[in-house]
Design a binder for this molecule. Structure first.
Ligand code: SF4
Length: 204
């Protein structure tokens, strides 16, 4: 499949892609992304209003009791690690960055709880930067569309997709995530409703 067909088909299937995490500022988005590890966005959206009404500022999060953070975050899983990361992240942002979130992916990736994927997702969503961070959906979809190999690492996949598509990666990222989440699902993909039916690796 050529890249124009892939881009046109994704645009037709998902005309108005939108991040499904709720947020109202840069750091509430960054923390929501951090909390979304190994859980669903809709679960994060139930917890963040509770978290940010109790701790509305970075300063509040920096001074929070870890045990109380853990209690609030517990339904999302990995609550020990996530609580520590949020408290440490708030501390570093205040003490080293004057409460501002860096906009360089390299710098952002070094912050507590923020790896290469989280930083990419944040910069794509909040700053529309030209990245294509790879999650489990994008990994699966890229392989099925014949763009990457099944054994490729996420770094290799991002490199390949970036070289292939080059521009407008932020919106492509959103489309690929939503396509993988709702159509090209891991089990029982909805091939009959898919523009790539009879063309992708699983169906041709
Ligand atoms: S036809 Fe099915 S497996 Fe192939 S890309 Fe579409 S949803 Fe995925």
């Amino acid at each position: 499949m050529n890249k124009e067909y892939i881009l046109d088909s994704l645009t037709e299937m998902i005309p108005n892609p939108k991040c499904e995490l709720n947020y109202n500022s840069d750091y509430t988005l960054l923390i929501a992304i951090l909390l979304s590890a190994q859980t669903l966005d809709k679960n994060v959206n139930k917890i963040t209003p509770i978290l940010f009404s109790k701790y509305p500022t970075l300063e509040d999060l920096k001074n929070a009791e870890l045990s109380e953070l853990e209690r609030i975050i517990h339904p999302l899983g990995l609550s020990k690690n996530k609580s520590k990361s949020i408290k440490n992240l708030a501390t570093v942002l205040i003490e080293k960055y004057d409460g501002k979130i860096p906009t360089s992916r390299k710098e952002l990736s070094t912050l507590p709880g923020v790896g290469n994927k989280t930083s990419g997702v944040y910069l794509v969503e909040y700053h529309n930067q030209n990245f294509l961070p790879v999650d489990t959906h994008i990994k699966r979809v890229s392989y099925r569309l014949g763009l990457t190999k099944e054994e490729d690492s996420v770094d290799k996949i991002e490199e390949t997709l970036t070289k292939t598509f080059k521009t407008n990666l932020a919106i492509l990222h959103q489309r690929l995530v939503l396509f993988g989440r709702y159509t090209c699902t891991s089990k029982n993909p909805k091939c009959e409703a898919c523009k790539f039916n009879k063309k992708c690796i699983l169906t041709k």
